[in-house]
Write a protein that binds this ligand. Structure first.
Ligand code: GCV
Length: 713
């Protein structure tokens, strides 16, 4: 059962106090003259001039209408709660939200682009040419609070850096026997499905969409990329149910995407093949897409995991991934749809004895040669690292290797490898580092000298500002479930919040984003609470790195569920995730000189930086090199002493996190306090287990004692 008494996350009514106590107005070109839109009910909006004028227009009008009705309801709700009033737009409102569509309106409007915020003498006007942008502008004012009205006069334009900002749900319709209702989900069941069906009551999905709109996310893929038989039917038999989910997301301007199985023509359509070049297969997909868009006119597109971890794909038919993706692209193109095609393709049945196959190489080996062949509505979605969302990986070289392709960066908000929402780990700093990373160092691109222009970042590539100029945006795996706090750990809400904000503006400073989250989630938070939340979260990603897998090595987790330490857990498995520790040393030689050659997938300067022991950054040393335990790091410590020191320090830091929370727990509601305390207790237990297993492992392997003589087993 879905618990309707859920936590408001970053939108408790109190967060709207500043705006809700003022005079607000909403103006759209479709208003009847002089009638304040905000004073009308949602029903009147849906039946009113906007509806009648646009009934026959493009599908996006449906979204526009729904979003305007939402805005109207938002204004009503805020003013009712806080004593303000919705007034006519000529009645000198404190805040005017004005829809000002481009003239003439394009047949298919482009992505919502942003809004203008004008403040003159304490009056604020937000203008946008798209209702969803206006909604984003409304939440901008909510986020600013009093500053929105008290600041100096200003005229600002705010637009998302990436046009595509999306969350992927790995939710199953049926409860999967191993993965459960949500694969890698740590927040209870799915908000969409319950025991084999789409939930009857989807009101929480609309509340979720509201949270997302407040951080600028406007696309959600609603099912797992591992598409099992039951979930495959969302594409056909269950479309009316998908349409219900889309209707629940639509009021906040969030569009629905589906993960589909590449084998659908066979499994659902009864065809003998799914060969992407077979005309009957192409027709099947075109027909399927037509039906989907008839059911959901503002549908976003398909997400595909193909030839990966057992999912079907074009390889079985002797075709490549451009053939596969383009076939789907052709089917969705008439509807303006997108295909998010994942680059997470590797051999998951590797022989651990084989030292020549390197999982890290796989995505680049498969995809870089296809650059230039993908259709314009295909987005190749690339995990941020070459392996799998580890706490520390180098940035994937694929992102820079496909200038003639729309590439999207894929992040993981759900904390599969970063503590599974039992550990407080604020991922904003990790994502910020990735987004700011410069694939060509100080150069602006592959052919530029270091002083040839502004250095290109990963954020630039994702937003189309890099060489090639075709951004695919940013996507991430959601961390939300039907848990009372949405994310299991209440502090993990900050990750969802930060993802949205950084996807909108990758230049934002993660601690400042955390401040926003604190202000909105705990309105009026006393200084001690703010300081404690910062003390707990600001460095928490690094703290987690300290007590888990060292120096970029990764995958020392328990196989299967991936929680807790198991240093050799994956060492002799087919998954291609090895550390190669022996009595003398540890690490994966990925150099061109003596290893797998993976360093050669990077452009200069990184191909040289990572190749050389002298220049490889300490935190990635074991990702790129196999070294003796006595190898001296840039920090001056040996590898083994670094392992001992970081693991003891990591646990000490967690102990301080626990203490900091105890000091301020009384300042938050009891349920939040208790849940955070419980999770921190588990984090401390788990960190100790990590410390003891990892330090003991390295001591037993190397025989080298800890210089400080601490207890190792
Ligand atoms: C959805 C990792 C996870 C899998 C996930 C996969 C992916 O391997 O452990 O659960 O599958 O990534 O991203 O497709």
């Amino acid at each position: 059962m879905l618990d309707n008494d859920f936590h408001p996350a970053w939108l408790p009514d109190a967060a709207l106090q500043t705006v809700g106590s003022r005079r607000l107005a909403l103006r759209s070109p479709d208003d009847e003259a002089g009638v304040p839109v905000g004073s009308s009910s949602r029903d009147r909006q849906l039946e009113g001039p906007i509806a009648t004028e646009h009934t026959d227009r493009s599908s996006s009008r449906r979204t526009d209408r729904a979003v305007l009705a939402t805005l109207s309801a938002e204004l009503d709700r805020a003013t009712r709660a806080h004593g303000g009033a919705v007034v006519g737009h000529d009645d000198e409102p404190d805040l005017l939200l004005a829809l000002d569509p481009a003239d003439p309106a394009p047949a298919e409007p482009a992505e919502p682009a942003g809004y203008r915020l004008l403040r003159a003498a304490g009056r604020v006007t937000v203008t946008a040419d798209h209702p969803t942008s206006l909604l984003h502008g409304w939440f901008h004012v909510v986020r600013l609070g009093a500053v929105a009205f008290d600041g100096p006069d200003t005229d600002e334009h705010h637009a998302p850096v990436s046009a595509l900002r999306m969350l992927d749900h790995w939710d199953n319709v049926d409860v999967h026997p191993v993965m459960g209702q949500v694969e890698r989900g740590y927040a209870g069941g799915s908000i969409f499905y319950d025991a084999g069906h789409v939930r009857a009551d989807l009101s929480r999905v609309t509340t979720y969409a509201r949270l997302l709109a407040a951080v600028g996310i406007d696309r959600v893929a609603i099912n797992n990329v591992n598409v099992a038989a039951r979930e495959a039917r969302l594409l056909t038999d269950d479309l009316p149910e998908v349409a219900r989910i889309a209707a629940a997301l639509r009021p906040y301007g969030v569009r629905t995407h589906l993960s589909v199985s590449f084998a659908s023509p066979v499994t659902l359509g009864g065809l003998p093949t799914s060969d992407p070049l077979d005309p009957a297969v192409r027709t099947w997909w075109r027909d399927a897409a037509d039906v989907v868009w008839r059911a959901v006119p503002d549908f976003g597109g398909f997400v595909v995991k193909a030839d990966s971890e057992g999912q079907p794909g074009p390889f079985a038919h002797g075709r490549d991934h451009a053939d596969g993706a383009n076939m789907l692209a052709e089917a969705v193109a008439p509807h303006g749809g997108l295909v998010h095609w994942r680059a997470f393709v590797y051999n998951h049945t590797q022989d651990w004895r084989d030292r020549t196959t390197d999982r890290a190489r796989a995505a680049h080996d498969h995809f870089a040669p296809l650059d230039g062949r993908f259709a314009g509505n295909v987005v190749v979605q690339v995990k941020h690292g070459p392996v799998d969302f580890q706490v520390r990986e180098p940035v994937s070289p694929v992102l820079a290797a496909m200038p003639r392709t729309r590439v999207a960066l894929e992040l993981q908000v759900t904390q599969e490898y970063t503590g599974q929402q039992r550990h407080a780990v604020y991922l904003g700093p990790a994502w910020s580092e990735i987004l700011r990373w410069q694939p060509w160092g100080d150069a602006a691109g592959p052919d530029d000298a270091p002083d040839g222009g502004a250095p290109v970042t990963v954020a630039d590539l994702a937003s189309g500002r890099g060489p090639g100029g075709q951004g695919g945006g940013i996507a991430a795996v959601s961390n939300v479930g039907d848990d009372r706090f949405w994310t299991g750990h209440p502090l993990a809400q900050a990750n969802l919040y930060a993802f949205g904000r950084l996807a909108w503006d990758p230049a934002l400073d993660p601690p400042a984003v955390l401040d926003e989250w604190i202000d909105l989630t705990f309105p009026g938070a006393p200084a001690e609470l703010r300081a404690a939340v910062h003390a707990i979260l600001d460095e928490s990603w690094h703290t987690y790195e300290l007590y888990t897998a060292p120096l970029g090595i990764g995958f020392m987790v328990r196989p299967g569920h991936h929680y807790g330490p198991d240093v050799d857990g994956y060492e002799y498995t087919p998954w291609g995730t090895y550390h190669f520790a022996d009595r003398d040393g540890i690490g994966v030689d990925r150099t061109r000189a003596t290893g797998t050659g993976y360093t050669g997938q990077y452009p200069a300067p990184w191909r040289e930086v990572y190749e050389s022991l002298d220049s490889c950054p300490d935190e990635l040393l074991l990702f790129f090199h196999h070294v003796p335990y006595t190898h001296v790091l840039h920090s001056g410590k040996t590898v083994v002493q670094h392992v001992y020191d970081t693991h003891f320090e990591g646990v000490e830091r967690v102990e301080r996190m626990v203490e900091r929370w105890e000091d301020v727990a009384g300042l938050v509601p009891d349920d939040v306090a208790r849940r955070v305390s419980d999770r921190l207790t588990e984090q401390r237990r788990s960190a100790v287990e990590w410390r003891d297993q990892v330090t003991t492992y390295f001591w037993r392997k190397s025989g080298i004692p800890d210089e400080q003589g601490r207890t190792i087993y």
